[in-house]
Structure formats: structure tokens, C-alpha cells
Design a protein around this ligand. Structure first.
Ligand code: IVH
Length: 669
């Protein structure tokens, strides 16, 4: 960036970059830069405008709270604007915060509450007489989006309050929706298994899940929330923020157990330091600590500027970044053929962990960052997630560093890589590619697929490298003697592996479909297809239209399945599997289908069978099980300690079956 730009030109450049990043962040939910980097640009603009007030224009990003409203959800005017927080980066700046309080309310004493600043999405929840009536996103701070249906799926959001707060005419609370690290990793593994793009970080995963048009998908996402404020209560029973939070906890809200009440600013600073120490152990992303004045009377009298409240400040943790050098850029090939680049780094310590590898996501990301082998880069570690590269320190670039050329061919098998239009990922097109085959075999044998015990990485590696296995079907031709010749496989294990391979022939159609690794066909989709078509033969002849007509099968899945069966090598594979004796019929599809077209929702515990067994029994007879009640629901099966679904069914007039009624229906059917 040229240094000698006029202030006006520099301001315009910053504005347009910030507008762009607002759009990526707020509208697309796909930030291209870290929050720290965004804050840096924003502060530059704020400083520039402070020095040259004539440059401030009404649409400067500094003149509003956030971005625009996305299409699709009804817009909601916030009763109280959702402002952002002023930042502090040092203990000194936290003390300055108190000095500002003292100037505003001379002679008064302040006590504080310190809470983790969870890095998720702010939402407003409105309760009327103890019932959740509306939930909205922050939006631009004044207008948010009505995502009530989606928020209702978040387990930690109470739909109905307990105790005295349930009697309030109005109660509006604010909280942060987020995804914990463990849940995030599990979700990404599932998405990858289903051929979907994984999320880059927990915040994106939470954002993408909350803004789903289909709340059924949101319901499957492990979202969580911490409530951090009461913004309205009629009548208002609260005098201190801390007490209000404790009362919310009793009313059924999830409040943060790491919050601390602090008698003075020194204690607040200590609480910030303690949370900073623990940040990697919280289990979710937190980017700072919010220090709030405890007295709600003082809070009211302090009020807010147009940008942020005067009664709170966000102490931001120092970025978890380090500078290091890229030794090599590697491109790996996954089961779906996806070519994924990563950077091998000179090992460097960030927040107590040694980092030697960073993800580069895809070719676009490499181009955007313009990373090259030999470059000095700034690496950031966010939570438990794989570290990523923030930017290149171009001043330190070796003169001979060359732009990285993303391979046009697969680095393992050398065949052409292709990048479908509109996608960011390049893929190896060769379904027999050894790298794809290895990953594919591991998936084929995994527990939820064909469940072949002992088919681990070391075995797969050798089977492919020795060219004993070129397709899944070759597994079934392997003899015990052949297996026993593999390194590190004793005779006994060879016998066991052989038996496990043979046993997998009988798993049935649904596990087989999942095992084949057809794009977008996860476990659930495989089950739907198996139940609907009953045999590989029928499924393979289904047209794209017939596939798309099946409930639960969208156009993208339909196209992918149809394409799979059109490809000659896949047809050959299926024929070879059949030849080897692999069962290609759906167990469940044998027999009559009296529940065909009926949709069930299960809630509460059954005594005679587990929920999975109940689900399987319904599916065997042609019925479907969904997770949320809608107009399409035919029956709600209510067991012991049912959730709110039982009430919802009553309200909607959906027929309710108790366990005995359900058993009777299954028998009759
Ligand atoms: S209090 C009037 N407390 O941070 C402002 N905010 O930058 C009230 N956040 O939009 C904010 N944890 O989404 C508050 N314990 C906490 C928070 C928190 C996360 C988010 C919130 C807000 C943003 C402000």
C-alpha cells in the first residue's frame, strides 16, 4: 500500500475495505480477516477521522453499529439498540474506564461484574409472562432478524421460565450464541463425512447454523448460549446486574459460571488476568472480558453514547499470534478428492502450544494472502482450531520467493484436478487415485459404514501401496495368507480381519450406500434412500427427478446420486461388489409398508425400546421420523419426561400416542 496517499484517499480506502468486511462478516457470515485485523482497520479510520473531522461522512463504518439486513427473515426493531463495546487492551485502560465513570458520576463508588466475552453471535430474547415470544439477531444493532424458530432449537434457551420471573409482563434478555470447541469438531467431522464443506471456525459454524432457513438443520447443530444482560423488565425487580444474572440462572437461563463480582477496579483487573490465563481451557472461544458496573441505577445514569454503553468496557485479550516462516506448502488429497493445502512452519509457540502447521483452506485463500514458500507470516491460533495464517510480512519476503502455483493435477496420482463452478475446492477427478482410495477404504470400513474391524491405517496403506486393493470390491478377494503377509499383521489378526471383511457383506443397503462415499450421502440420507428404493438395483435406475421427489432428498443430493450411478467405473464397482456377495437389499424394506407417508416425532423416554429402536421400527414400516413438529407431523409419540414438544403437539392439535398406543400402532401396522 503506497504510503503517500492523501488523508481523504486513505479514509475512502479504509471505508471501502471495512464496508467489504462488514458485508463478508454480517451478510455472508464468512469473514475474510480476523476480528483483530478488522479492529485494526477500524481504529485506523477512527483515528484518521478524529484528526480530520471534515472527512467524516454519514455512511462511514464508524457512524453506524454494524451492517445491513440479509434477505429471508422478517426484520425486528430492537426495543433497546444492541450496541457494541468500547475496548481496553491494558490494565491502564481499564483504570481509565473507571476514571471516566468517576468524572461522569463524581464522588460515587463503583463495584463491577467481570464476564467472559464469548465470541459468538449476540441475540435478543423477548419473554412475555414467562414465555419466549421472539428471538432476534443483532443485525445492525437497531434492526435485527426474527430467528425465533431457530433459537427455539437451542437447548439452553428456555421456552418457558421458572419461578418469580415467569410472572413478569415483559422480560428481554441478551446473550451470546456460540458453539463449544468439542461440539464444533464433531460437527465438522460429520459434515466432512457427508461430503459437505466444514466450517472454518466455531463462530462461523454458529452463525451459519443460526441463520439457516430450515430450523430443522439448526436443531441438529450443537448451539449453546450464555445470557449476559437484562435489557427490559416490566415490572423491573432488579437493582444490581449480578443479582439479575443470578435470578436469570434460577429462571432457567444459562449464565456464565466464570463470571465474577468484583468489589473494586483492582479486583476487576485481577479477574481479567485470571480469565486470560484460563482462556484456552474454557472450551469455547472468548476474545476478552467484559467489565460492567454492577449497580443498575448507576448504569441507567451513565447511559450510552451512540456507539457503546458508558457503563461497560471490553478488555480484549492480546491476539494469539506469532511470526514464523513457511518452509513448505503441501497439498493433501482427501477421500472426496479435495485438494487441501497447508503450510509447514518453523515451529513456534503460541499460547503454550507448539505450532508447526497451518491450514491454507484452498487455492483462493493462497491467492488472497499471496503466501509463498520462504515467506515470513503472522499465524493466529483461535481456540482449539487449527491455526491459520493472518498475513504475510511482505517486507521480509526473500527476493527469490515465487508465487505458489496451485497444482492443476493431483499431487498423488497426477491426474487432472478440476474445480466445479462456484466452488472453492479443487478435486482430483480420478476415483482410483491411491490417496482417495486410502481415505475411501478407511471410510468404507468405518464403524457406521461397513464396520470392518481391524481395517486400520497401517493395513490400508499397505493394501493400496502393494496394489492388492484397487477398489472396495478387491477387499473381498483377499485371502488370510495374503493378509498375513502384510507387515505388522500377525496370523491371528489376519484371520480376524478376514472374518471382519467377510462379515461386512451382510450389513445391508443403507450402510453400503454410506460406505460408498457418494457426495452428500451421509448416514441419514443413505437410510432414506435405502428405505425408499429398497435395493441397489432400483436406486441405480432412479432418475434425478425420481430421487428429488423423495422427502428429505434435495436437488443437490439427487443430482449427485444420479451422477454416481451414471459413471461407468461406479457401475463396475457395484457389479463387482454384487459378484463378491455383498448384500444390496434393504433389510428394512422387506415386508409391508403400512406407515408409508406417515411422519412421526418422538419425545421423552420409552420403556420398551430405545429411541433408535423406535425410529428403526417406524422406518421399517415405511414411516419417517423428524425432529420438530410441523403441520406435516402425523403422530407425536410421548414417552416419560417429554420435552416441550408434547405441549407443542397439544397446541397444534397433532395426534399424540403414548407408549402403549405406539406399540399398538406398530403391531397393527
Ligand atoms: S454486554 C450494550 N457481555 O460482545 C452492550 N456483551 O462488542 C452489551 N458479548 O454485541 C454487551 N459476551 O454480542 C456483553 N458477557 C458479555 C458478552 C458480550 C459477548 C458480545 C455481544 C456484544 C458484543 C459487544
Amino acid at each position: 500500500m503506497a504510503t503517500k496517499k492523501t488523508p481523504a484517499a486513505r479514509a475512502e480506502e479504509l471505508r471501502s475495505r471495512l464496508h467489504h468486511h462488514d458485508y463478508c462478516y454480517y451478510i455472508l457470515n464468512r469473514p475474510e480477516i480476523s476480528d483483530a485485523e478488522y479492529d485494526r482497520l477500524f481504529n485506523q479510520l477512527r483515528e484518521l477521522e478524529a484528526a480530520h473531522p471534515e472527512l467524516i461522512i454519514p455512511d462511514s463504518p464508524t457512524q453506524r453499529v454494524g451492517g445491513a439486513i440479509a434477505e429471508g427473515f422478517a426484520s425486528v426493531q430492537h426495543r433497546v439498540p444492541m450496541l457494541s463495546l468500547d475496548n481496553a487492551y491494558t490494565a491502564g485502560e481499564i483504570r481509565e474506564f473507571e476514571a471516566r465513570l468517576q468524572r461522569a458520576l463524581p464522588g460515587e463508588i463503583f463495584t463491577y461484574v467481570c464476564e467472559p466475552k464469548v465470541d459468538g453471535l449476540g441475540v435478543a430474547l423477548l419473554y412475555e409472562r414467562g414465555r419466549l415470544v421472539r428471538g432476534a439477531t443483532r443485525g445492525d444493532g437497531r434492526l435485527g432478524e426474527d430467528i425465533t424458530q431457530n433459537l427455539k432449537t437451542v437447548r439452553t434457551i428456555p421456552l418457558r421460565l421458572r419461578g418469580p420471573l415467569a410472572d413478569l409482563d415483559v422480560l428481554e434478555v441478551r446473550g451470546e450464541v456460540f458453539m463449544a470447541h468439542e461440539a464444533f469438531q464433531t460437527l465438522n467431522r460429520t459434515l466432512e463425512a457427508e461430503g459437505e464443506e466444514p466450517f472454518a471456525n466455531p463462530r462461523n459454524a454458529a452463525a451459519g447454523s443460526l441463520r439457516q432457513k430450515d430450523s430443522g438443520i439448526t436443531a441438529k447443530r450443537p448451539l449453546d448460549i450464555f445470557i449476559y444482560a437484562v435489557t427490559d423488565a416490566e415490572p423491573n425487580p432488579f437493582t444490581a446486574h449480578w443479582d439479575a444474572m443470578q435470578a436469570l440462572g434460577k429462571a432457567g437461563f444459562k449464565i456464565n459460571p466464570r463470571s465474577r463480582r468484583c468489589a473494586d477496579i483492582q479486583a476487576a483487573i485481577a479477574a481479567c488476568a485470571e480469565l486470560e490465563q484460563d482462556r484456552m481451557r474454557l472450551g469455547y472461544d472468548a476474545d476478552g472480558v467484559v467489565v460492567k458496573v454492577d449497580s443498575l441505577d448507576q448504569e441507567r445514569r451513565l447511559g450510552s453514547t451512540t456507539h457503546h454503553p458508558r457503563w461497560a468496557v471490553a478488555y480484549k485479550f492480546p491476539a494469539q499470534q506469532a511470526t514464523t516462516v513457511i518452509r513448505q506448502i503441501l497439498v493433501n488429497v482427501g477421500r472426496t478428492g479435495a485438494l487441501t493445502p497447508s503450510a509447514l512452519l518453523d515451529p513456534v509457540e503460541i499460547a503454550g502450544a507448539t505450532i508447526s502447521r497451518a491450514t491454507l483452506h484452498n487455492a483462493d485463500e493462497i491467492e488472497r494472502l499471496d503466501v509463498r514458500e520462504g515467506d515470513t507470516v503472522i499465524v493466529e491460533r483461535a481456540g482449539d482450531v487449527i491455526p491459520h495464517i493472518l498475513r504475510v510480512v511482505t517486507e521480509k519476503r526473500p527476493p527469490d520467493a515465487r508465487p505458489f502455483v496451485f497444482p492443476a493435477t493431483c499431487p498423488v496420482c497426477g491426474s487432472a484436478a478440476f474445480r466445479p463452478e462456484g466452488e472453492v475446492v479443487s478435486r482430483c477427478a480420478n476415483s482410483a487415485c491411491p490417496a482417495r482410495l486410502k481415505e475411501g477404504l478407511l471410510h468404507y470400513g468405518s464403524r457406521r459404514a461397513m464396520d470392518i474391524e481391524h481395517l486400520g491405517e497401517a493395513v490400508v496403506e499397505q493394501l493400496v501401496d502393494r496394489e492388492l486393493v484397487r477398489t472396495f470390491a478387491d477387499l473381498y478377494g483377499l485371502g488370510v495368507t495374503q493378509l498375513a503377509e502384510l507387515e505388522r499383521l500377525a496370523e491371528k489378526s489376519a484371520t480376524n480381519l478376514h472374518a471382519a471383511i467377510q462379515a461386512s457383506k451382510g450389513r445391508g443397503l443403507a450402510p453400503l450406500l454410506f460406505a460408498l462415499g457418494i457426495r452428500y450421502v451421509g448416514e441419514n440420507v443413505a437410510r432414506i434412500l435405502a428405505a425408499e428404493f429398497g435395493s441397489m438395483e432400483r436406486l441405480s435406475h432412479a432418475t434425478e427427478e425420481q430421487l428429488a421427489a423423495v422427502h428429505g432428498i434435495g436437488p443437490r443430493i439427487a443430482a449427485s446420486v444420479a451422477l454416481f450411478f451414471q459413471q461407468p467405473e461406479n457401475r463396475r464397482l457395484i457389479a463387482a461388489l454384487r459378484e463378491a456377495g455383498v448384500k444390496m437389499e434393504d433389510e428394512a424394506s422387506a415386508g409391508p409398508k403400512p406407515l408409508l407417508g406417515k411422519t412421526f416425532v418422538l419425545t421423552g423416554a420409552l420403556t420398551q425400546m430405545s429411541r433408535d429402536e423406535a425410529k428403526a421400527a417406524i422406518q421399517r414400516q415405511g414411516g419417517r421420523v423428524t425432529s420438530s413438529i410441523s403441520k406435516q407431523t402425523d403422530y407425536v409419540v410421548v414417552g416419560k419426561d417429554p420435552g416441550s414438544k408434547a405441549e407443542e403437539a397439544k397446541r397444534l392439535g397433532t395426534p399424540i400416542l403414548d407408549e402403549a398406543g405406539f406399540q399398538a400402532l406398530l403391531r397393527r401396522a
